[in-house]
Design a protein around this ligand. Sequence first.
Ligand code: GLC
Length: 256
Amino acid sequence: MKLLLVIELDNTLIVGDRATATLNKSLAAIRHEIYLVYVTGRSYASSRQLLAPAQLLPPDYLITGVGSEIYQQGVTLDQNWANYISKDWFRDEVWAVVSNFAALKPQPADEQTPGKISFCLDMTASLEVIQDLHDLLTFAGLRAQVIFSNGRDIDIIPKSSNKGKAVAYLQQLLQVESVATIVCGGSGNDISLFQLSSPGIIVANAQTELLWWYYKTKYPWHYLTHYPNAQGILEGLIYFNVLPFPNTWRSQPISN
Ligand code: GLC
């Protein structure tokens, strides 16, 4: 069975550094043994801009908009997923509820998609706004979820979606078991990935919201790395025995 490897882009696999190139090389060596999935909070348009100049391996799937869209080969929208999550999603009504909150400023237009509306929380506002928003949406009978990331971003997506649910959909589609899946992430919108019962790699530079959740749950199938970003992913993949331990240390003389 192939391994389903899910890597978050923004706060996890920062593109363009040396470690990213090393990670790419290592993944290229096992490419035929894995389904490679990139996942991001960005809209599709914005994630293409990020990916275009990057020297990343082409993925089998690209999950965008915090799990609200899935693209086969990174280009073809998965219409079944789109249809499934759009049931019971009343985008305009959700937007109308959010407009009651002065502390929430809309993100740029290219981050607003059919399945995701995104805001920035005013730096001076209390975090209680998030709970209040959630309560008001529930009170209004709107099946939406509020996701807080990066100490600032607020995404509202259909209740039936999120990154974890999108990965669970792919597990079913590709017939890959939970234990044959590894998820890697670093911010609040990755919590749903780590709620799957699959091994998980949390990079050392993870955002506070995710670290807080990690220390609260402390599930033994999660590994918090010592290194940040791509280096951290490499470390985690070695920890989970997906990649061999680099044997270069053997050629180093041992000094006292
Ligand atoms: C990315 C997206 C932004 C989103 C954030 C958190 O930065 O560009 O729209 O709010 O991720 O998911």
